[in-house]
Design a protein around this ligand. Structure first.
Ligand code: HEM
Length: 76
C-alpha cells in the first residue's frame, strides 16, 4: 500500500484513539485480503455472525491497548 495512512499513533483524546484502533483493525484486514471483491463477499457473512463480531471487537480492543499506551492513557 503506497500512500501514507498512519502518520502517528498520537491522538487528541481517547475517543479519537479508539477510532484509530478501528482504523488499524480494518487496515489489518485490508492488507491481509487486498481484494475489495473478496472482502465485500465476506462482509455479508461476518456482519450477522455474533462470534465474528466479538472476534472483530477483540482485535479493536488489542489495537486500542497499543494506541492508549502510546498516548500515555491521555493523562495529559
Ligand atoms: C464494514 C470493522 C473485519 C469487510 C465494516 C464496518 C466496520 C468494520 C466498523 C462498517 C463501516 C461503516 O458502515 O461505516 C471491521 C473490524 C474488523 C472487520 C473491526 C476486524 C478486525 C472484516 C473482514 C472483512 C471485512 C474480515 C472481509 C474480509 C468489510 C466490508 C465492509 C465492512 C466489505 C463494508 C464496506 C466498507 O465499509 O468498507 N467493517 N471489519 N471486515 N467490512 Fe469490516
Amino acid at each position: 500500500m503506497s500512500h501514507m495512512w498512519l502518520e502517528s499513533l498520537i491522538t487528541e483524546n481517547a475517543q479519537q484513539g479508539f477510532e484509530l484502533a478501528m482504523k488499524l483493525s480494518r487496515m489489518g484486514v485490508k492488507y491481509t485480503q487486498p481484494s475489495d471483491e473478496v472482502r465485500g463477499k465476506l462482509r455479508a457473512s461476518y456482519e450477522e455472525n455474533a462470534d465474528s463480531l466479538i472476534a472483530s471487537s477483540q482485535v479493536v480492543a488489542i489495537n486500542f491497548q497499543t494506541v492508549a499506551a502510546a498516548n500515555n492513557y491521555w493523562r495529559g
